[in-house]
Write a protein that binds this ligand. Sequence first.
Ligand code: HAX
Length: 434
Amino acid sequence: MATLQDVMRDKIPAWRDEIRGILKNNGSKVISEVTVQQAYGGMRGVKGMICDTSVVEPDKGLIIRGRPLLEIKHLWPEEIFYLLLTGEEPDDAAKADLQKQYDKRAGVPDYVWDVLKAMPEDSHPMCMFNTAILVMERESAFRKRYDEGMTKGDYWEPALEDGLQVLAKLPGIAAGVYRLRYKKGGLIPWTNGLDWGANYVKMLGIDDADGTFAELMRLYLNFHSDHEGGNVSANTCHTVGSALSDMYYAVSAGLNGLAGPLHGLANQECLGWILETMKKFGGAPTEAQLRDFAFETLRSGKVIPGYGHAVLRVTDPRYAGFLEFGRKHIADDPVFLTVSRVFDVVPKVLEEYSEERVKAGKNPIANCWPNVDAGSGSLLYHYGLTEFPYYTVLFSVSRAMGMVAQLVLNRAMGTALTRPKSVSTRWIKGQVKG
Ligand code: HAX
C-alpha cells in the first residue's frame, strides 16, 4: 500500500517538469492586466498567483481538483485532504492509513493547554485557537531540518509532516477551546480508530446519539476545506509561507485573516443576524417582516452577513448543500426555517438596494446571492452548538486542510517569495495624466 507520502514522492517530479516546461516555453505570455480600479479595489480579478488545489468559477462555485463540490459532497474530510494534495481520491487502504497517521499525531502538548488557560476569559475563540497553533511552532520539523541545512528539493517532506501534525491536532485543540471557553468541563481525548469529523464531535462533548451531527460535521469540514488561492486566508498563508516561515506560522497567520467579519467571521455574524430577527419578531419572522428588517440593516450602514461574494456570481453551492441537508434532517426547526425564508427574501432586497446605491452614485452589489456562511450556523445551532462566536473555529479546522495542501505544493514546486509591486497615488496620478 502506498502512503500519502509515497504518492506525493511519485507525483512531484512530473509536476515540477510540467511547470518548468510551461515557464520555458510560455514564460513571457500575458495572462492578466491591471486597471487603476483593481489596484485600489483589493486586486479583484487580477491573475497573479497559482493554486492547483481548487478553483472558484463565478458561475459554478468551488471545483476541487476538477471535481465540482456537490459531486464530491459524500467524501469524508480525510478523502478531501488527500484529493487536494494529490489530485486523486484515496482508496480504502490509503484512507485508513491517513486516519492512522492522524491517530499517531493527535496528542496535543500540555503547554498548549497551559497557554490557553492563562488567556483572559473573554478571549475570542479564534484568538485562542490561533494562539494554540502558533505556540506549537517549536515543534516544526521544517524549521529543524532547515536549520540543519536541507536542499530545496526536500522542503515539501517536512512541510507535509508539519501539516499532518497540525491537522491531526486541530480537532482536539478546537474542541478544547470550546470546552475551556464555554466552561463545558474537562477535555475529552482523541479516540484512535475514529474518523477526523466524528472525533471532533466526540471531543466537543455534544450528544450525538444517532450520528447525524457527525454526518453534518463531515459535510461541514468537506465544504469549507479550500476556496482557491486568492481569498484573504489562503493568500495570507501563501505570502507568509513564501518567506519560508513554517506551517505553524503560515496557517496561524492565514486563520487570523479568516477571523475577519468580511471573511470567515461572517458565519458567526449570520446566525447573530438571524437570531436578532427572531428576537425582534418573537419567532420565525414573516417574509414582510424580514424584508423590512433587511432594509433597516442596510440603511443603518451594515452588510447583510452571508450574502455577496468577491468572486461568485450565483448561489454558493456550499449554501445549496447545507440547505439540502437542513431540509432532509431539520426542516421544522424555527432557526432553519428563518434561514430558508431569508433566502426567499434577501436576494430581492439586495437587488433593490443595489439599484438605490447606483442611483446615489455608489457601486452596485455584484452578487446578491447567499455564500457559504448564510446557512451553516442554523444547522450547528440545531445540534446544540449554540455558541455562535465559536463557529469560525469550525471553519478554521476545515480551511486548514486547504492551507496545508497549498503550502506543501508550494514547497514542492519551489514557489517564489511573494513580492508584488506597490505604487503610490502620486505615481498613479502621473500615469493617468492626460
Ligand atoms: N450587504 C450589504 N452590502 C453589500 C453586501 C451585503 N451582503 N455585499 C456587498 N455589499 C456592498 C459592499 O460592501 C460594497 O460596498 P462599498 O462599495 O460601499 O464598499 C459594494 O456592495 C460592492 O461590493 P461587491 O463588489 O459586490 O463585493 P466585494 O467583493 O467588495 O465584497 C463581500 C464581497 C463578501 C466582502 C461582501 O459581499 C460582504 O461584505 N458580504 C457580507 C459579509 C459576508 O457574508 N462575508 C463572507 C463572504 C464569504 C467568505 O469569505 N466566507 O468566509
